[in-house]
Design a protein around this ligand. Structure first.
Ligand code: AMP
Ligand code: MG
Length: 316
């Protein structure tokens, strides 16, 4: 999936640890072959883009698409797994250093829309209602993979493990003799320390993947997260951290909540009592602002990062 993965685990001995880690990485390789946008031979890259063709899906792709479509529906389309044409256009723009023209954005946007998919979950088939629709699991694939890797570890007899798929983090039971895993996430430039067990956390935003471009005399930062309603990247300079039971939920929610913002986001979270979110916005020249969902404190057992890493206004 174009991202490194780290696994930390506790096992009885080195041989058991090796076997479990191998099982988890093998499971991730399977998921990568299904969902990765970075492998030309992945199942998602080989899907037909002509409408009306019923294609049989592998179990992982069907499951990831089912989760994605549930989030698309629930989020009113803020999360959309059909943005492939647009994400390719904007990825090329990030490499090239300048935004695409409006006509190219509109042409790509016409090939997006989750309602253009017909998924038969029982038969595991997909067909498109319009030519040229391309799936992109960038907003959910790593979370899906982190959960699956954790399951593979459990299957190999490991009860206490952490899977970090480049920021999509899933943990099982706490390390022996401890009450939780201590995980630090990037909270808009400062470290936020969380204590987690049987939970997942992820952060979405424009920190690492963006395009800075001049527009009307000002610099605009285009995120790699797109607003499906316009086909344009977010420019809100917001990052969102989500804690949830499953990494697939944390991942999909974080992407959706970047698009929705705190107010509409709270409505989406109402259907997910085990999940909570923090939004941090850092516009140049303005004080950093942060908001968290109503249940953040209940869902997270938060402890602040060491004072040395936090700015003065973040001290406990
Ligand atoms: P994440 O880092 O999980 O927020 O995922 C960002 C990636 O998801 C992008 O690089 C795109 O591949 C894809 N993406 C961008 N915008 C959306 C969106 N609104 N809904 C779903 N996936 C998106
Ligand atoms: Mg995501």
């Amino acid at each position: 999936m174009g991202a490194p993965c780290t696994i930390v685990l506790y096992a009885a001995d080195e041989a058991a640890a090796d076997a479990a880690a191998r099982a988890a990485f093998a499971r991730l390789a399977q998921i990568e072959e299904a969902l990765s946008d970075w492998m030309p031979a992945s199942e998602v890259r080989r899907l037909p883009t002509r409408s009306g063709v019923r294609t049989e899906l592998g179990a992982d792709l069907a499951a990831a698409l089912g989760e994605s479509l549930a989030y698309a529906r629930e989020s009113g389309g803020a999360f959309d797994p059909t943005l492939g044409a647009l994400t390719k256009l904007w990825r090329a723009a990030r490499s090239g250093g300048s935004p695409p023209d409006t006509a190219a954005v509109q042409a790509a946007r016409a090939r997006t829309g989750w309602e253009l998919l017909v998924l038969d979950a029982a038969a595991r088939t997909l067909s498109l209602r319009r030519d040229g629709v391309e799936l992109d699991f960038g907003g959910i694939g790593q979370g899906f993979g982190a959960d699956a890797a954790l399951q593979a570890l459990e299957g190999a007899g490991v009860a206490s493990a952490l899977v970090d798929l480049s920021g999509d983090i899933a943990v099982s039971a706490a390390p022996p003799g401890r009450s939780a895993w201590r995980v630090e996430v990037d909270d808009g430039g400062t470290a936020l320390a969380l204590e987690l067990a049987n939970a997942a956390v992820t952060t979405s935003g424009d920190r690492f993947q963006h395009l800075d471009a001049e527009a009307a005399g000002a610099t605009v930062r285009y995120s790699h997260i797109l607003d499906p309603r316009t086909g344009m990247p977010l420019t809100t300079r917001t990052s969102v951290t989500v804690i949830a039971r499953r990494a697939v939920d944390a991942d999909a929610l974080a992407t959706a909540l970047c698009v929705l913002g705190p107010r509409a986001g709270e409505a989406l979270l109402a259907a997910h009592p085990d999940a909570a979110a923090r939004w941090v916005t850092e516009l140049p020249g303005a004080p950093r602002s942060q908001e968290q969902s109503a249940r953040w404190d209940a869902v997270a057992r938060i402890s602040r990062a060491p004072a040395a890493q936090a700015p003065a206004d973040q001290a406990p």
